[in-house]
Write a new protein. Sequence first.
Length: 284
Amino acid sequence: MLVTFCGVRGSTPAPGAPFVRYGGQTSCVALSVGQEPPHLLLDAGTGLIAVTPLLGGEPFDGSILVGHLHWDHTHGMPFFAGGTAAGSRVAIHIPEQGDDAERVLERAISPPHFPVTPSVLGPGWSFTGLEEGTHTVEGYDVLAREIPHKGGRAFGYRVTRDGASIAYLSDHSPTAYGPGPDGLGERHEAALALADGVDVLIHDSQHLAAQFPGVEFLGHASVEYAVELAREAGARAYALFHHDPGRTDDQIDEIVEHARKVAGDDLEVFGAYEGLVLDLGARR
C-alpha cells in the first residue's frame, strides 16, 4: 500500500514562499497499491487537485472518505479535474448526518456560496452517509469511528490492506473527553482502536501543549498528545498532519524536532508534506 500526501494543512490553504516545503493545500491523502492509480482518498480538501496528476490521464474511479464537513476537508471537490472528467466515478462517503448526504453538502456547495451544487459535478458522483463500524471500500478494510472535534460529527479512519495499515485522525479534540492522565486529553477507546498497531498514525498536529488552554476552543489536539497516543496504541510511526496554516516551514521543522525529542527512541516521527509517498510494504 502506497500513501501519498496531497494536502497537509489545516483550516485554510497557506500560499507563499514560507510554506513551500510542506505545502499549503488542505487535507487529502491518496491510497494506492503497486503501480495502480489511487482508488481511495481520505478527505477532499484543496489537496484533492494534486490527485489528478496521479491518475495517468485517466478519470478517477474510486471513493473519498471524508472525515468531517468543515471547508478545509470538502472544498477541493469542485476543482478535482480527474473527478469531473468524462467517465469518472467518485463515491463520496461522509459521516452520517441524519439527512441526505448530497443535501448536507449542498449547504456549502451551492449558490450563493458557490456557483454550482454537487449534482453538477458529474453523473458518476454519488453521496452516502457512512455509519460507524467496519466497511470494505475499494478493496480496503476500513474501520470508521467517531472522534471528538468541534462543530459537527467527525470520523477517524483505520485503513488496512495486505497486512499494512494506517490510522487517519486529521481533526481530533481529545480534551473534550477530559484531561487524560497527563492533561493532554483522553486516550479514549475509539482513538486507541483506530491507532492500534498501525504502521503510521496520521494525526492532528495543529497545536503544541504549551498553547493550551488558549486554543482548546478550536477543537484540536497537541503534538504531544499524538506522541502519547501512538506510544500507547503501539503505532510504528507518527506523521504530523493538519499543520496550522500560520506555521512556516522552519517552524514546522522545529515542531517535528520537538516531537522527536518527546518520543525519544520509542517511535518514528516525521512531518507530512505535499508529495511525500510512503511505501508501507517497504517499511515493514
